[in-house]
Design a protein around this ligand. Structure first.
Ligand code: DON
Length: 555
């Protein structure tokens, strides 16, 4: 008996030691080649995945300024190999203290056009700088001076902007011109930049240097804070000193569950991502998704999404402000009830769950990266300033492009935001509150495989990650997850959106007969960045979405 206990204890020990052993190599997938390079630079200097995550986040802020930045926020899902600690850093923006539920409505209670989208009034208090400082201090090995150095160099010396940037700047030149400090940086003498444009961001380099030197105080107090406050107030915004000084990163327990033997670990509220993902997976776990029945599989995936996104709109918001019945939403029993409401021969009209129908559109913004280092430390992070170029507003002298994340609140109850998402009181605006997000950085784990994945894409983020998880469950690798063609249902509007080519005519006709309605998107969407560690073969692989300009590498 005692022998047995000893041998069990020994095998547990061996298992733990094995589990803590890393792959011996590193992999990074990010949305921009220069950001991936920045990550490897820091790893080569002795940094770990958390240092690399600081470097990649900061570099993305510089080289992909239309998508994320230190004027925005994000979620970093981490696992530390040495002790297995798994945590989500919540660097989501907060509503300023003068924010009010009706701040974007006119005297008739109607949303004022663009008020929550363009200009300083649309900006939440940034969380990204605080998150990078926290990540570095509590998890990294290298000082910020080293991990921010690649981003500072890119901002100071400039780099040749890619096609995505050129297109985004052309599409947003009118909004950028409303902020002279933004126009000077992101346009070429007031005009849309042409291919070959060199983007220089000297002020941003100085702000990053202050963060490198002073930590959080380099942004939330002193010179940077003074420039931000002055600029925001002059631009019609409502930030106060205390809003910046009181900003705090939150360490949150990620949401987690099981799907067909896969441990799924994902973003906790104030992201809706993990909850919607797990609820949909729980519903789907009772169906056999057969490869030879693509139509039937797609029907139940769409129906699962409809129900999970419906709960998003009803229940989800900042857990510091509203009670979220998370245990119920994530319970397999609850999912069984929802599953029972799915008919195999009929789509459920969303109006049976609610009444109004709304329109949605999405842009090419927000960003994601995934990193695994040689020790087995993991980071998967989605970062955002919300719309393309955020609020298009820069506070003079700071170089910081501010987010327009306030639009992720339910600006008017029951009214769609820019992603067509509706919400109620759970996501109403309140001072200091974090707006609900869809960002879904996710870790998947089986005995043999660990995967990291995530993507930008507004409300479609969760359905993209869901398709990625289902593909992982089929045994496919990262190249496949990032490439699979995408379709999406978010409860309202009651329509299946799909990329050109994602559904063939037969599928559209077959699913239409069940009552589904369709809208093909104008172009492909998403920019997934994924990494896989096959522990059995001790092999790393990584992939960047072919739709984007990212680079994935194993070294
Ligand atoms: O947090 C959110 O859900 C949004 N601000 C993300 C925006 C986004 O992904 C835009 N991408 N196309």
């Amino acid at each position: 008996m005692s022998k047995l206990i000893i041998s069990l204890a020994l095998s547990a020990l061996i298992f733990n030691v094995r589990a803590a052993e890393g792959p011996g190599h590193a992999a990074i997938a990010s949305a921009h080649p220069l950001a991936t390079r920045a990550g490897f630079e820091v790893l080569e200097q002795g940094g770990n995945a958390f240092d690399a995550a600081v470097a990649v986040s900061a570099a993305l802020a510089v080289v992909e300024p239309q998508s994320s930045g230190i004027g925005g926020g994000g979620f970093w899902l981490l696992r530390r190999a040495s002790d297995g600690k798994t945590v989500m850093l919540d660097g989501r923006e907060t509503a300023p203290s003068e924010a009010r539920p009706d701040m974007y409505l006119d005297e008739y209670g109607e949303p004022r056009a663009q008020a929550s989208l363009v200009g300083a009034f649309a900006a939440g208090v940034p969380g990204l700088p605080a998150a990078l400082v926290h990540l570095s201090k509590h998890y990294g090995r290298l000082p910020l001076q080293k991990t921010l150095a690649p981003a500072i160099a890119l901002a100071e010396s400039g780099f040749e902007a890619g096609e995505r940037y050129i297109k985004a700047a052309a599409a947003h030149q009118a909004e950028l011109k409303q902020s002279p400090a933004a126009a000077v940086i992101f346009l070429d003498q007031g005009k849309a930049p042409a291919p070959g444009f060199r983007l220089l961001q000297k002020d941003l380099a100085e702000t990053l240097k202050r963060i490198a030197k002073q930590g959080g105080d380099g942004f939330y107090r002193g010179q940077t804070a003074a420039m931000l406050l002055q600029g925001v107030r002059d631009g019609g915004g409502i930030w106060q000193d205390k809003d910046l000084q009181n900003y705090r990163v939150q360490e949150r327990t990620p949401v987690s569950g099981e799907y067909r033997g896969i441990r799924v670990i994902s973003a906790a509220p104030p992201s809706s991502g993990g909850a919607v993902l797990l609820e949909a997976l729980n519903i789907l776990s009772g169906f056999r998704l057969l490869p030879d029945d693509p139509l039937g599989s797609k029907h139940v995936i769409i129906e699962a999404e409809r129900r999970a996104y419906h709960d998003r709109d009803l229940y989800l918001g900042d857990p510091g402000f509203v009670h979220i019945p998370l245990t119920r939403l994530l319970s397999p029993d609850y999912a069984a009830g929802l599953r029972a409401s799915i008919r195999l021969d009929r789509a459920l009209p969303s109006e049976m769950l609610s009444t109004s129908a709304v329109q949605s559109h999405q842009g090419d913004n927000t960003t994601h990266f995934s990193i695994i280092d040689r020790y087995g430390d993991l980071v998967t992070a989605t970062l955002s300033i919300n719309s393309v170029f955020g609020s298009c507003f820069v506070a003079a002298g700071s170089g910081v492009l501010l987010n327009d994340e306030m639009d992720d609140f339910a600006v008017a109850p029951g009214r769609p935001n820019s992603y067509g998402l509706v919400g109620g009181n759970a996501n109403a605006i309140a001072p200091g509150k974090r707006m609900l997000s869809s960002m879904t950085p996710t870790i998947l784990e089986t005995q043999d495989r660990i995967a990291l994945l995530g993507t930008p894409g507004g409300s479609r983020i969760v359905s993209m990650v869901l398709l990625g998880v289902l593909d992982f469950a089929q045994g496919h690798g990262p190249e496949s997850w990032v490439s699979i063609q995408r379709y999406h249902h978010q409860y309202l509007p009651d329509v299946v959106e799909y990329e050109p080519g994602a559904l063939n005519d037969e599928e559209v006709q077959g699913l239409s007969r069940l009552g589904h309605r369709f809208k093909q998107t104008a172009k492909p969407y998403g920019d997934m960045q994924a990494v896989l560690w096959d522990k059995k073969k001790n092999q790393l692989s990584a992939a960047s979405d072919p739709r984007g300009e990212g680079v994935a590498e194993v070294r």
